[in-house]
Design a binder for this molecule. Structure first.
Ligand code: PMP
Length: 291
């Protein structure tokens, strides 16, 4: 695998494109020391970024929740995204805009004007693939690490600091031979996976944990709308892990992961089913739709 910092191409940073290997930041960067950093994960299909404005809005909202004022408009960020894709000659790509506090000042009280912005993009295949082989579904291990309480942090911010918990949960799951982690909230109810939201089918009804303690993904919202369009009943509800594993089928959703079946939670096997397939097909058609 080519290291992510040693590639050809261009990265947009602070207003202009730079050669990929030439972008660097100071070791005393505030965003790195204290987590003053928010980002997005987007995908372009056939030259069009799926739901670009929704992602840009969430990026600005995340920045705002962390008290960072973005020194660009949303239109400028959208234009910079298109410019970066074009410079890298990519039509199908994963896109990573990131906003962070720079290195002008140390200590928790930052220089409010020191806000840096970058956008990178690269070809990235499926984020999660079943270790047990294609067609088996992902395996998830219930993590001992819980999602943060909304009273401890604005959980709707896609903030780098939140991922410190995801890294622990992912590593714990991987060490036990699983593909990813099932994360619970502080009350012990089902929340999400490490970078994706969860859905489960019960007697033809599609259920998904009610957001409040985790990121309400753009893919999640898209899938809810697609399902309702198809006449499927969707319920956002509180689910205990014991209720959840009794599902007839189960899948996760995310921009990087797209829609992926779940075949096992801890020792519980989950059958792969038709609703997942139906929604996968509808999602693939939607993201590639022109116009
Ligand atoms: N939860 C977390 C923690 C995530 O990082 C992501 C990926 N952004 C998601 C859920 C899914 O969000 P989306 O569908 O907007 O990519």
């Amino acid at each position: 695998m080519i290291p992510i910092d040693d590639r050809d191409g261009f990265i947009w940073m602070d207003g202009t494109l730079h050669p990929w290997r030439a972008v660097s930041i100071h070791v005393l960067t505030h965003g790195m020391h204290y987590g003053g950093c928010v980002f997005e994960g987007e995908r372009a299909y056939d030259g069009r970024v799926f739901k670009l404005r929704e992602h840009t809005k969430r990026l600005f909202r995340s920045a705002d929740l962390l008290g960072m004022q973005v020194p660009y408009t949303m239109d400028e960020i959208d234009a910079a995204t298109a410019e970066t894709l074009a410079a890298n000659k990519l039509t199908d790509a994963y896109i990573r805009p990131v906003i962070w506090r720079g290195s002008k000042k140390m200590g928790l009280a930052p220089d409010p004007a020191d806000i840096r912005v970058a956008i990178a993009c690269w070809s990235w295949g499926k984020y999660l693939q079943p270790k047990d082989g294609p067609g088996t579904g992902l395996s998830l291990k219930t993590s001992r690490w819980r999602r943060m309480d909304p009273q401890s942090f604005p959980v709707e911010a896609k903030a780098a600091g939140v991922y410190a918990v995801g890294i622990l949960a992912q590593a714990e799951a991987a060490q036990a031979g699983f593909d990813d982690a099932l994360m619970l909230d502080l009350q012990g109810n089902v929340a999400e996976a490490t970078v994706a939201n969860l859905f489960a089918v019960f007697d033809g009804v599609l259920k998904t944990p009610k957001p409040g303690g985790f990121l309400n993904g753009i893919t999640r919202q898209t899938v809810i709308a697609l399902a309702r369009d198809k006449g499927i009943t969707v319920e956002e509800c509180v689910m205990t892990p014991a209720e959840f594993v009794k599902a007839d089928e189960m899948f996760l959703t995310g921009t990087a992961a797209e829609i992926e079946s779940i075949g096992r939670i801890d020792d519980h096997k989950i059958p792969l089913g038709p609703m997942t397939k139906q929604l996968q097909e509808a999602y693939s058609a939607l993201v590639r739709r022109k116009g």
